[in-house]
Design a protein around this ligand. Structure first.
Ligand code: ACO
Length: 426
């Protein structure tokens, strides 16, 4: 049996043959790279629902089974069992670190967490109140000016160093973007704190390092808060060829600087159909206001003449429960007592979930809660402003973007991303 697919043009009766390439997991692909040369036509796939844009060995998703694996390891075996830094190491190196390797990796990231003093001035040019996602995208692009001579690196050590640097600096960039947005002075990273704790520290501390929380006085960072945020970072670390990762690979394909590519990924992530959904979920729960109003908004979401959508529901790939959402739901239940979660928002969220999961509209369209549905409630419990929900997604996803960038650079078949069109103009 030949591993090919034959297509027939019914207008002419001509047939064309294309190779089928098998995957190690998931669907095979039909290699149509010779389609135009053979047929003189393009293929049309609006929203790329049937298109594999690259070959990859990093992350695997089975949307029907609700399965997610990083480098072959199931997400349930990483979050919350392994730390975010172990997950970063896994994605970058294709294996988990041993104790010594993890220690070295952690220390290097701590050392690299500082920003060049001049970079602070970038934030000063933005108005107070600037959305942290906009500031973060701009500051990440600006970071490339400090490492411009690194543009032409082409060896593994150079790639890995670029990766560790951006992973180390992203929490500092995000925290600075936040502090600027509220007009607060920047807090420099503290080398004695772990990756995730340091981010919470830079968000919360007063100059001099004191941790205060309104009239309640000293606000120590609790171990459970670090664990929750670390789990959120791990769950966001990579997600195959989603919109922002495709953007990063697209920019990388032109040979541009990797940090500019990541800046473009941050911009793509901001939209509410993608990473911006986590901020929108909480805004929507606040707008709904009480459990009594839930039915009204469910009806709006189902109305084909109403553009209202339930934020945090549905996913392009997961047509069964999002496995990341399952882990977060468990985490949310664990945190409920310890962190005194906002019960009104949680009650509204629980009610929406209960109704939607039993409603024919959502069942028939396979619309389940996604990761963003739960992450917002958890981040609210950690006293994190809504505007920082998507920057937190950025911190987690930076390792995925840079790993995908490295894979692209090493791909012997790489080409500039240059799709064609069905022209319908004059
Ligand atoms: N609420 C109500 N109806 C919905 C929702 C929703 N959240 N999502 C999809 N639908 C409906 C659509 O109206 C459509 O109905 P129809 O067949 O009657 O026209 C059907 O379900 C299919 O929707 P599409 O938009 O075609 O699905 P697609 O796979 O292109 O979109 C997306 C996926 C963008 C995530 C969508 O479900 C959505 O907008 N969800 C809300 C935003 C959100 O939570 N985004 C986060 C995604 S996860 C992430 O990026 C980390």
């Amino acid at each position: 049996m030949k591993n090919t697919m034959t297509m027939i043009d019914n207008r002419t009766g001509k047939s064309y043959e294309f190779d089928i390439q098998d995957a190690t997991r998931g669907p095979s692909v039909v290699n149509i790279s010779s389609f135009y040369a053979q047929t003189g036509m393009f293929t049309y796939d609006n929203g790329f629902t049937s298109t594999a844009s690259c070959k990859s060995k990093i992350t695997f998703i089975d949307g029907e089974k609700g399965e997610l694996r990083y480098r072959g390891i199931k997400i349930e075996d990483l979050a919350p069992k392994r730390s975010y830094l172990e997950t970063c190491y896994l994605l970058l190196n294709d294996r988990l670190p041993d104790e010594q390797e993890l220690l070295k990796f952690d220390l290097e990231l701590r050392h690299r967490s500082l920003l060049h003093e001049n970079l602070k001035n970038i934030f000063a040019t933005f108005p107070t109140g600037a959305h942290p996602m906009a500031a973060l995208s701009a500051a990440t692009a600006a970071l490339s000016t400090f490492y411009y001579s690194h543009l032409d690196i082409s060896d593994e050590n150079g790639y890995q160093e670029m990766a560790r640097r951006i992973i180390a600096k992203m929490p500092t960039l995000a925290a600075f973007a936040y502090r600027h947005s509220i007009g607060a002075p920047f807090i420099q990273p503290d080398i004695d704190r772990s990756y995730t704790e340091n981010f919470l520290y830079m968000m919360r501390a007063y100059p001099g390092g004191k941790m205060h929380h309104g009239i309640n006085g000293e606000r120590k960072i609790k171990a459970i808060e670090i664990k929750a945020l670390d789990t959120i970072f791990t769950l966001h670390a990579d997600h195959e060829q989603n919109a922002s990762t495709t953007t990063v690979r697209g920019v990388a394909s032109t040979g541009a600087h990797p940090y500019v590519a990541i800046s473009a990924g941050i911009s793509a992530l901001w939209g509410r159909a993608h990473g911006g959904a986590n901020e929108s979920v909480i805004k929507q729960l606040e707008m709904i206001g009480s459990v009594e109003n839930v039915d009204k908004y469910i009806a709006k979401a189902k109305d084909p003449n109403d553009e209202f959508r339930l934020m945090g529901f549905g996913h392009r790939v997961y047509k069964n429960f999002d496995p990341r959402a399952k882990i977060l739901k468990n985490l949310q239940d664990q945190l409920k007592d310890e962190l005194n979660l906002d019960s009104n928002l949680m009650n509204i969220a629980n009610k929406i979930e209960e109704i939607a999961l039993a409603d024919e509209y959502f069942i028939s369209r396979k619309l389940y809660p996604n990761i963003d549905f739960y992450s917002g409630v958890i981040l609210t419990a950690l006293d994190i402003e809504k505007s920082m929900f998507t920057p937190i997604f950025v911190i987690g996803r930076t390792v995925g973007w840079i790993t995908q960038w490295m894979e692209f650079k090493k791909d012997k078949e790489k080409k500039i991303a240059r799709p064609r069109q069905l022209y319908l103009g004059k």
